[in-house]
Design a protein around this ligand. Structure first.
Ligand SMILES: [Zn+2]
Length: 152
């Protein structure tokens, strides 16, 4: 018979799978990074794991962070919004205007309201170019961490 911990573990796995499948690269990376920080993974451990093709095992993220990102991902899916962090036509990699808007705006907000609020936030943030935040750089960093995180 499953106890309370099994139920929580299953719920966490369900939310992690949701963010993993439908989240942005930044959202997935945020969960991975948070789990590593909570577990106190050191760079030496990461290096050892990567060199030996091993796994760090499960690294559960902060429950509140996971819940917030899962709500965001679900809200974005319900509204049919693109899987992006920024609403700009040419998104700034450092800008999280859409994600932050989805976190803060009510769940009853429609697509038009979310996009208008996100564009307003984008204008206020005025994101700057960041050469290290490009898709290739982030994807490679994310894949390396995920490979170390996921048991083979
Ligand atoms: Zn933006």
């Amino acid at each position: 018979m499953p106890d309370e911990r099994d139920v929580q573990r299953a719920k966490r796995a369900e939310l992690e799978a949701l963010v993993d499948e439908h989240g942005t690269e930044d959202e997935r990376w945020t969960l991975t990074w948070n789990g590593m920080m909570r577990a106190g993974v050191t760079l030496t451990q990461l290096r050892t794991v990567a060199l030996n093709d091993e796994s760090l095992g499960p690294l559960p993220p902060e429950p509140d962070l996971l819940a917030r990102l899962a709500r965001r991902v679900e809200h974005r899916r319900q509204l049919g919004l693109p899987r992006k962090d920024c609403t700009a036509r040419r998104p700034a990699q450092s800008c999280r205007c859409l994600g932050e808007t989805l976190d803060e705006i009510g769940e009853d907000a429609d697509k038009r309201e979310v996009l208008a609020a996100a564009r307003k936030l984008h204008k206020r943030l005025k994101p700057k170019f960041n050469p290290f935040a490009g898709p290739g750089y982030r994807a490679r960093a994310c894949e390396g961490a995920r490979a170390a995180h996921d048991p083979a």
